[in-house]
Design a protein around this ligand. Structure first.
Ligand SMILES: Cc1cc2nc3c(=O)[nH]c(=O)nc-3n(C[C@H](O)[C@H](O)[C@H](O)COP(=O)(O)OP(=O)(O)OC[C@H]3O[C@@H](n4cnc5c(N)ncnc54)[C@H](O)[C@@H]3O)c2cc1C
Length: 416
């Protein structure tokens, strides 16, 4: 039987970071993960370079970058361990990084640099803390014992034997990309101990469309262009200006991934294909000056393939611009500026970058991420109903929630 202060289940972003901070605060940690490779999701993240945080994060206003039943829950953890704190850690380890787009920070070399930082942080010996990292190792059974004969504790059966521990941190992430180790264990443990779960769904995921209706666009597969995209969720309007990628099944690229987190089957998605341009005004001005075909004029703003597909089967738009009636120009401008589409689904967990939903934040302490019902049981990272936008926000939630949890544990176990 191994004894520990803390058992952390899941050695991904949140679990690894939490293990490192815990042991630096003097705690003895058993960290287990059932997948053979360490932090595989970090490895594939950000196109292999991990977008590890975002400098534009407003930690005091989480609803600006996060969704969930109550994004404000994240404020406490995000303000106590900020994007700058993680940047400082990367600098301390000499990791080279750069800003790519809208505050997004990526490793210069590869995600391995980030994984190395997290693994090294688990080895910085201090105050008698240590991390026993068991991987691959599956959890078979977890039970809580509070008989009065001994201090309340948990017992875990694992592939590498039994563990007796004072606290358990569930850091098993979401359901996305099951082929590299994602599982529903976190949700099952939450249910076992009576915690409510907001139903999970794929997010930051390509959107699909009914094949017949998508025919016009499927010929444009591979085309990428900047758009403004929006949808509504209840009273909330979600709007992004990002690149959109057309695929043979539907929409992908940053614009589609961002909007997918807010998408529901009953809601249209509205795309402005020319966000920088007042198209109706421009077309009416051109009508006075140009003798060119309307399609040629549109080609100045939009990719030729998109123009062809848009005008296809619309004889009123296949004319020289001076011969095109005002009404036809207005309808054309409107169709490009306010194009409404209704997705019929998503590409699911196989392609989703994250899982929205998860352990209901009403069940957890926002200071420590400990269950309010079940003492000594903590949930951190993506398994919690806090989902970030594309752009490094999900990793920052993993770091901040892990840090808050580690501090809470050290204080609870009298190490602070
Ligand atoms: C393709 C892709 C690219 C991404 N790029 C970015 C990016 O650039 N920036 C960003 O901020 N976010 C990105 N994300 C999201 C980000 O990776 C996650 O939000 C983040 O890793 C969540 O951290 P976590 O520790 O909660 O979960 P994870 O990192 O997923 O870790 C969970 C761990 O738990 C383990 N586990 C699961 N089930 C069990 C079980 N039954 N027993 C034992 N162990 C188990 C898993 O093996 C895994 O190691 C990306 C995601 C994907 C899929």
């Amino acid at each position: 039987m191994t004894t520990s202060d803390v058992l952390i289940i899941g050695a991904g972003a949140a679990g690894l970071f939490c293990a490192g901070v815990c042991q630096q605060l003097g705690l003895k940690v058993v960290l287990l993960d059932h997948y053979p490779k360490v932090a595989e999701k970090i490895r594939i993240s950000g196109g292999g370079r991990s977008n590890f945080t975002n400098t534009l994060m407003d930690a005091s206003q989480p609803h600006r970058h996060f969704l969930g039943e109550n994004p404000a829950f994240a404020r406490s953890a995000l303000t106590r361990y900020t994007a700058q704190d993680f940047v400082d850690l990367m600098k301390q380890h000499g990791v080279a990084f750069h800003e790519k787009h809208k505050g997004q920070l990526f490793c210069d070399n590869s995600s391995q640099d980030l994984i190395d930082v997290l693994v090294k942080e688990c080895r910085v010996g201090a105050k008698g803390g240590e991390v026993l990292h068991w991987q691959p190792c599956a959890l078979q059974h977890l039970s809580f014992h509070d008989s009065g004969e001994s201090a309340p504790h948990y017992q875990a059966q694992t592939d590498r034997g039994a563990v007796q521990t004072q606290a358990v941190v569930v850091a098993t992430g979401g359901l996305s990309i099951p082929q590299i180790g994602a599982s529903d264990l976190g949700f099952r443990l939450a249910t076992q101990f009576g915690l409510d779960i907001v139903p999970p769904r794929p997010a930051l995921v390509p959107l699909t469309f009914e094949p017949q209706g998508w025919k016009k666009f499927s010929a444009l597969s591979g085309l990428s262009l900047p758009v403004a995209i929006k949808t509504t969720q209840g009273k909330q309007v979600a709007a992004f200006e990002e690149d959109l990628l057309l695929t043979h099944k539907g929409l992908s690229g940053p614009a589609a991934l961002q909007i997918s987190s807010y998408w529901s089957p009953e809601q249209d998605i509205t795309i402005d294909w020319l966000p920088e341009c007042n198209l109706a005004q421009e077309l009416f001005a051109l009508k006075q000056q140009s003798k060119k075909l309307l399609s040629n004029e549109l080609g100045a703003w939009l990719p030729h393939r998109l123009v062809q597909a848009w005008l296809d089967g619309q004889p009123q738009w296949h004319k020289a611009i001076p011969d095109t009636p005002d009404k036809a120009l207005t309808v054309l401008a409107e169709s490009l500026k306010r194009c409404t589409l209704r997705a019929n689904g998503t590409e699911g967990y196989k392609k989703a970058e994250v899982t929205a939903g998860g352990v209901n934040v009403t069940e957890l302490s926002q200071q420590t991420l400990e269950s309010k019902k079940q003492p000594g049981l903590y949930f951190i990272g993506e398994v919690v109903d806090i989902t970030g936008w594309l752009g490094g926000y999900n990793f920052q939630w993993a770091w901040s929630s892990a840090h808050a949890c580690a501090k809470g544990l050290a204080s609870q176990l009298n190490r602070l």
